[in-house]
Design a protein around this ligand. Structure first.
Ligand SMILES: Cc1cc2nc3c(=O)[nH]c(=O)nc-3n(C[C@H](O)[C@H](O)[C@H](O)COP(=O)(O)O)c2cc1C
Ligand code: FES
Length: 641
């Protein structure tokens, strides 16, 4: 590897890499992101290597392990270039057929293609509805490059933005470009990155730090992990450009301990960039020095908060501190420290390369560019989706997510991570951006999007998030520590069927105190799940409190299961499967659930054959009296004797 000493050297290396590649040569890419890895994608990749050799195709076909494509639930994903034929759920045993059929005979393996709702097969990855409606400007390169290869990144134009910034722009010009692009932080608050950079740049002191926040503590969120795993150089390039604009020579990447592949790929990226002279002293011969240290976080949610994260980097307990002076002015070791989220940094090279005008042409008036969401829950297609700011919730959930699973009814979508809000059907057409989500009582957060259906109880959902936040509160300030705990106590009793008149009001009052008096944004935003569910689903709270009824029939204390005697066919399946032996009956005898023994696990309902449909789940109604012991079943047509 040669040390690059000028932009011309970088351009030369790129030319050399491209000249050694033939774009018409077949290239099999195998996703090696964490999810596909868990589906044994490495075995699939190894099978391709040996099958290619066995068929004397070595040298005629390239094989590349890539980062996450986003459609993780359908992994391992294999895309064959240049046609971009996309095969889903590829197992090692599928490989010989792919090689012999697609590579050698130019035919498709239909069973591995995506099939739409009409049974039509879709060949190209980009045509699959999950991808078709996305704009993957930040995340899209994951599928094209091997994250362990800096050459792959350079081949697609990587580090040309850094070269442009260092040699064609002054630090002020870089700063102005990012300000003009109105890049807002993707990690939570949506604060304008350029303004924060400027604050750190203008803060007194020679030593300044730039930091990547890769703590990603939101349950269910994994966009930062996938970016770091799949395209670490893009984040690094953004960080170096930011350091140049701010006047920083030292950086940190704070990654949670539970992200081993991200740390591995990042470490490789750092050492490759150093070897090429893209990191370290005299970067690209520009005279600018900058280097980075990886700091592994211990996995506490609150450590993702800026001051807590900086404490952790200093080796202290990762707890927040009062921010009388902002961390941008006094952060790590009381020096000016600029912290941005992984996705924020990954946008920077794009803005420098393509310009602020290009970036501001995407998105809404106040929120520019795209946002990556982790779309999970009760949708047909789950995964990572990148969409322009301003796309509606409906488009994301229905066009990309494919609608609600099993034909059930949409109930709510929770955005913004544990401190976000739950939005109802009536808000499905709002454009998703920082300001709109805040206006309706939720937030963008780092991009979690959890879809819920008619079976989800909104009081229980609020309880779930408060439980998470109560456990993750560091306990340093009383309003957060005690306030969240008290709110959780009230939610627990409502879900347990012991709600009291006045509980809703009490929750609202406590929310106000916790929001206004907490030390950090964990407490300040913790009431969001409660306030938004009260705002949009108050009837569910009232049903729990006044009628002791859970409309979604989800809260265990408020539901019962019983077997309808006229439908029971004594098949004995529920009797055998009930884990606590709460069902009695026998051959030809109507089965009965002992309500005192029943733990409401729902197994009987799950296993009762749909053609009988004898088990009923109910809430708020008395369970009908059981038939006398020894009652014989009435056989329906088709039932087995
Ligand atoms: C409890 C808590 C946890 C947070 N966790 C994260 C996180 O995991 N990742 C992140 O980027 N920001 C997180 N933030 C937001 C950070 O404090 C900070 O605003 C952000 O990293 C700044 O980057 P940005 O301006 O690019 O969004 C968290 C905030 C709070 C209050
Ligand atoms: S890990 Fe393969 S698609 Fe996400």
């Amino acid at each position: 590897m040669i040390k690059l000493k000028s932009p011309a050297d970088l351009a030369g290396v790129r030319q050399q890499i491209l000249s050694q590649r033939d774009p018409s040569k077949p290239c099999i890419t195998i996703c090696s992101g964490t999810a596909c890895h868990a589906y044994a994608s490495e075995k699939t990749a190894t099978a391709f290597v040996s099958e290619i050799e066995r068929n004397d195709l070595k040298g005629k076909v390239d094989i590349r392990r890539t980062g996450c494509h986003g459609f993780c639930e359908r992994g391992p994903i294999v895309v064959i270039f240049p046609e971009e034929i996309c095969y889903l759920g590829v197992k090692p045993e599928d490989v010989p057929e792919i090689v012999s059929t697609t590579l050698m005979e130019n035919r498709l393996v239909n069973r591995l293609l995506y099939g739409d709702s009409n049974g039509e097969k879709i060949i190209c990855e980009g045509e699959i509805p999950f991808y078709k409606h996305q704009s993957r400007i930040v995340f899209g390169n994951n599928r094209l490059i091997d994250p362990k290869s800096i050459e792959d990144y350079i081949a697609i134009g990587g580090y040309s933005a850094l070269s442009k910034a260092l040699f064609k722009m002054s630090p002020d010009e870089v700063l102005e470009t990012v300000k003009r692009a109105n890049l807002r932080g993707r990690g939570g608050g949506g604060f304008p990155a350029g303004l924060k950079w400027e604050t750190t740049r203008n803060a007194p002191g020679k030593v300044k730090y730039v930091i990547v926040n890769a703590d990603e503590g939101d349950p269910g969120a994994y966009m930062d992990r996938s970016l770091l795993e799949g395209n670490p150089h893009s984040v690094l390039e953004g960080l170096i450009i930011g350091a140049y604009a701010i006047g920083s020579h030292e950086g940190y990447i704070y990654v949670r301990q539970e992200y081993p592949l991200a740390v591995e790929n990042l470490s490789i990226a750092l050492s490759q960039a150093r070897n090429y002279g893209l990191l370290g002293k005299n970067i690209l011969g520009s005279g600018f020095n900058f280097d980075v240290t990886i700091h592994r976080g211990a996995g506490a949610f609150v450590s993702g908060e800026s001051s807590a994260l900086m404490n952790a980097i200093e080796g202290k307990v990762g707890e927040p501190r009062p921010k009388y002076v902002r961390t941008a002015v006094s952060g790590i070791r009381e020096r000016p420290s600029n912290l941005n989220n992984v996705e924020t940094w990954a946008n920077v090279p794009l803005i420098i390369s393509r310009g602020a005008d290009w970036f501001t042409s995407i998105g809404t008036a106040g929120s520019k560019g795209t946002k990556i969401f982790s779309l999970v829950g009760k949708v047909n297609n789950t995964g990572l989706v990148e969409v322009p700011m301003g796309m509606t919730l409906r488009e994301i959930i229905y066009d990309i997510g494919g609608g609600i699973r099993y034909g059930k009814k949409f109930k709510a979508v929770q955005t913004g991570g544990p401190s976000g809000g739950c939005l109802p059907q009536s808000l499905l057409d709002i454009p998703v951006d920082f300001d709109e989500l805040a206006r309706v009582g939720s937030m963008m957060g780092s991009g979690g999007m959890i879809v819920m259906d008619e079976d989800d109880c909104m009081v229980d959902v609020a309880r779930y998030f408060l439980n998470f936040l109560a456990e993750e509160s560091c306990g340093k300030c009383i309003p957060c520590r005690e306030g969240i705990r008290q709110m959780l106590k009230i939610l627990n009793r409502i879900c347990d069927g012991e709600g009291r008149t006045g509980d809703i009001q009490l929750l609202e009052e406590l929310s106000e105190v916790v929001r206004d008096a907490s030390l950090c944004a964990l407490g300040q935003t913790a009431p969001n799940p409660v306030l938004s569910t009260i705002r949009y689903f108050k009837d569910e709270y009232e049903a729990h409190i006044k009628e002791r009824r859970c409309p979604a029939r989800a809260c265990k204390a408020l539901i019962s299961y019983y077997i309808q005697p006229e439908k029971c066919q004594a098949c004995q399946i529920c009797l055998r499967e009930c884990p606590v032996g709460a069902i009695t009956g026998g051959k030809n005898l109507v089965h009965v659930i002992d309500q005192d023994k029943c733990t409401k696990c729902g197994t009987c309902l799950e296993v009762c054959p749909p053609r009988f449909g004898a088990v009923v789940k109910t809430s708020g109604e008395p369970v009908p009296e059981a038939p006398p012991e020894g009652t014989q079943v009435e056989r329906t047509k088709g039932a087995r004797k």
